[in-house]
Write a protein that binds this ligand. Structure first.
Ligand SMILES: [Mg+2]
Length: 310
């Protein structure tokens, strides 16, 4: 089970490292990257945009850690507990928060039930990557459950903030691929399983788009926060790269929604390769790395060893 534990670590650390490496460059253009040193992404940077220190992560990691905390405190999936964690975090006035997430958590904090809140605030702009970015812990938690249970959990957790079918579909695709990666070391085979998952994803149009990813070139990728574009970007890199840090760096260099796209590719790569190719610098210099390590240990115990924490 050593490999499995490494995959748990790789998924969550990959997510947080991608977030912390990418956050200083949010909305950068390709031209802005050309003016930077070639090795700029080898280490963490600060950011004037959000006042971030080197190694500081943002909402992608915050919300994933909120989810893990709720899962290990309850040892079962309690939507209200996860929603409460999100609201407590929202009330700290986070430096970075997505538009749809912010609107939904504002409604929930006024007393609206979570799934009603996300429906209330949904519009054509709510097909973002804000549910997919925080879904990795749900895939890990469901390691011993069936893909059907995993998918129902992903839908329930996504609907706390995101009601748009593409936002939920994107979270299903990311969560399922992480789940397949935990069970099987062959990433091509896992990608094939994903495109054969229409009984689970139940969206032929989304499956058709995912199927088209191997035929894309890097120039086709649009690195913004629209979930379909995020899926193209991260799945393209997942198939092409075998080194987690290099995949994260390549995604960030596309510009756009750098922190979220980098955090999702970090979690996908970590779920197949574990901590391999992640030099200690990236974990040692990550904000709250000890706290994250403890949460991963607890999540592993709950998901794999059925241990209950009080
Ligand atoms: Mg962020």
């Amino acid at each position: 089970m050593k490999d499995l534990k490494e995959k748990f670590k790789g998924t969550i650390f990959g997510l947080a490292i991608g977030d912390a490496l990418g956050a200083p460059y949010e909305q950068f253009s390709l031209e802005q990257f050309r003016s930077l040193a070639d090795d700029i992404l080898d280490s963490y940077s600060s950011s004037d945009l959000y006042g971030l220190q080197p190694g500081e992560y943002t909402d992608d990691t915050d919300m994933s850690l909120c989810t893990i905390e709720a899962l290990v405190e309850n040892s079962y999936l309690d939507i209200d507990a996860i929603s409460d964690k999100f609201v407590s975090w929202f009330q700290t006035d986070p430096k970075d928060i997505g538009r749809t997430t912010s609107a939904a958590l504002h409604e929930i904090s006024k007393g609206t039930p979570s799934h009603e809140a996300s429906e209330m605030v949904a519009d054509e702009f709510s097909a973002g990557n804000g549910a997919a970015m925080r879904i990795a812990p749900i895939a890990l938690f469901n390691y011993k459950n069936t893909p059907e249970t995993l998918c129902q959990n992903i839908i329930d957790v996504s609907l706390i903030t995101h009601h748009h079918k593409d936002a939920v579909g994107g979270a299903l695709a990311i969560g399922l691929l992480i789940y397949f990666n935990l069970h099987d070391p062959d990433k091509r085979e896992n990608f094939n399983k994903l495109i054969s998952s229409s009984a689970l994803i139940k969206d032929e149009d989304l499956i058709r788009r995912i199927k088209a990813v191997p035929g894309l070139s890097k120039e086709d990728l649009i690195p913004d926060g629209y979930i379909i574009n995020t899926l193209n970007t991260v799945l393209f890199h997942f198939l092409k790269y075998d080194n987690t840090i290099e995949a994260i760096q390549s995604v960030i260099k596309l510009g756009g929604d750098t922190d979220t796209n980098a955090s999702i590719i970090g979690s996908l790569m970590g779920s197949i390769y574990g901590m391999k190719n992640i030099p200690p610098y990236y974990t040692d210099n990550l904000q709250n790395n000890e706290k994250i390590r403890v949460l991963i240990d607890k999540l592993y115990e709950v998901a794999v060893n059925d241990k209950i924490f009080y």
